[in-house]
Ligand binder design. Structure first.
Ligand SMILES: [Zn+2]
Length: 70
């Protein structure tokens, strides 16, 4: 399946629902830097909200730069 067809999470393959799309958890890079197997390529990593959290939670160092306080 090409990436243009359907809107599926690249990580888990789940079809993105309206919530995922509206909140846009996509990670985009016009050009990946040297050192990556994808250097020079454009990347659009479309992920669902569950996978976004999975990635963030799996980090040894928190990627959160700001937290909303209630
Ligand atoms: Zn997913």
């Amino acid at each position: 399946m090409s990436w243009e067809q359907g809107l599926c999470c690249n990580l888990c393959g789940k079809e993105l629902d309206i919530f995922d799309i509206q909140n846009d958890f996509t990670i985009r890079k016009d050009q990946v830097g040297y050192g990556s197997a994808y250097d020079g390529d454009g990347i659009e990593l479309r992920i669902c909200n569950a996978c976004f959290d999975k990635i963030a939670f799996s980090c040894d160092v928190s990627p959160v730069t700001s937290e909303c306080s209630p």
